[in-house]
Design a protein around this ligand. Structure first.
Ligand SMILES: Cc1ncc(C[n+]2csc(CCOP(=O)(O)OP(=O)(O)O)c2C)c(N)n1
Ligand SMILES: [Mg+2]
Length: 362
């Protein structure tokens, strides 16, 4: 293999400029009509509205915590839309936009943030695994799933989503190494949003870019402007096609920015400057596609805009209704879905947990 062929493209692929003008890139053809682009815009608008509703619900004491995806809508919607229907998504915890693309009712994810249930959705129905709070551990599950699919002759691609910070950890490393050695149909989609809580990217790695890490495993790495939904779609579509054709796993670094706090428990004003946020607001992913559709294609008018806002408001109302004051389940159920046959260790934990609850009189 020619190692140089694995070096990532730099600068990142960008098709849509901030003013909405479009420049094609022959390496990553965009096979989307105007209706498809309008759908991507609608999904990003819905994601943003739902995201705000989740934050509001947390502020009203209805959720324990919530990690906003504000600013990352294009990276999530563009990549998830480029996957095939049967392909699987293994999310971290911030991937609301991917769930929207999969038509996964957001309240079913919301029960995790409320603590009413570990998660309420059926992963097989939506080909969307449970959210993972432990950083990067799900990349291993995704690769195991991809290896299984290959053995079974099932032509799917399994995409795991994680952040820049996760690439500094051990689990994604092991997952990527296994995937490359076994030529598994795995996509590693990394949202480089600049921060791992309060740790900036430059304190996480000495690699020239995150995508350069891929060459160490023997797989190609790509860089894309993650605030450009069309570029994200085009790059992911091409890469997924190559993985499905048996070329082995690949890594995509989407450069984006987390415009809100890490979670509702975090205060980003303590570690980042306001002008950094302002710079990224000027690169807002939703504004960019909206400008392209209105100013350059005349394919998005007020009526479509009102309809998209109305659909988003309705989705937020449904979310609110489902989660507001939702009853808490039986805490003991926590232990019931860990192993088919509980271990002694788990039984001991359960006994201690129940004793603690009794001590607290709950
Ligand atoms: C295994 C593990 N270690 C540490 C943490 C604590 N933790 C929560 S979020 C986070 C940073 C993650 O940053 P990144 O991967 O960039 O994702 P982002 O939150 O920016 O989307 C850390 C270290 C955790 N949840 N799991
Ligand atoms: Mg990050």
């Amino acid at each position: 293999m020619n190692d140089l062929a694995l070096l990532p493209n730099d600068p990142p692929v960008c098709l849509l400029a901030a003013d909405g003008s479009f420049t094609p890139d022959d390496r990553f053809p965009l096979d989307l009509g105007t209706d498809d682009m309008a759908d991507l815009l609608r999904q990003m608008i819905i994601t943003r509205r739902l995201d705000r509703e989740f934050v509001n619900l947390q502020r009203q004491g209805q959720l324990g915590v919530y990690p906003s995806c504000l600013g990352q809508e294009a990276a999530q919607v563009g990549s998830a839309a480029a996957l095939g229907e049967g392909d699987w998504i293994f999310p971290q915890y911030r991937e609301l936009g991917c769930a929207v693309v999969r038509d996964l009712p957001p309240e079913e994810l919301g029960h995790l943030w409320r603590g009413t249930w570990l998660s309420a959705h059926d992963p097989c129905r939506y080909r969307f695994a449970l959210l993972s709070i432990p950083i990067g551990t799900h990349a291993l599950h995704a690769v195991g799933f991809a290896m299984g699919a290959k053995l079974a002759g099932d032509p799917i691609v399994v995409a795991s989503y994680f952040g820049d910070g996760a690439t500094s950890g051990g689990d994604p490393h092991e997952a990527m190494n296994f995937a490359a050695v076994y030529r598994s149909p795995a996509l590693f989609f990394v949202q480089n949003n600049g921060w791992a809580i309060s740790v900036p990217l430059e304190r996480q790695t000495s690699a020239p870019t995150l995508a350069h890490k891929a060459i160490g495993y023997g797989m190609p790495g790509y860089r894309v402007d993650g605030n450009d939904v069309l570029a994200t779609f085009a790059v992911t579509r091409k890469v997924v096609g190559a993985i499905r054709a048996g070329e082995g796993p690949a890594f995509i670094e989407a450069i984006t920015y987390r415009m809100d706090a890490h979670t509702t428990s975090d205060d980003p004003t303590r570690y980042r400057e306001a002008d950094e946020l302002e710079r990224w607001q000027a690169r807002d992913p939703i504004d960019r596609l909206r400008r392209h559709l209105t100013d350059h294609l005349s394919a998005w008018d007020d009526e479509q805009s009102f309809a998209a806002e109305a659909a988003a408001t309705e989705a937020a109302a449904r979310l609110r209704e489902a989660l507001y004051d939702a009853p808490v389940g039986d805490p003991e159920e926590l232990f019931e879905h860990v192993f088919a046959t509980p271990t002694d260790h788990l039984d001991a934990q359960r006994a201690q947990f129940l004793a603690d609850l009794e001590d607290r009189g709950s």
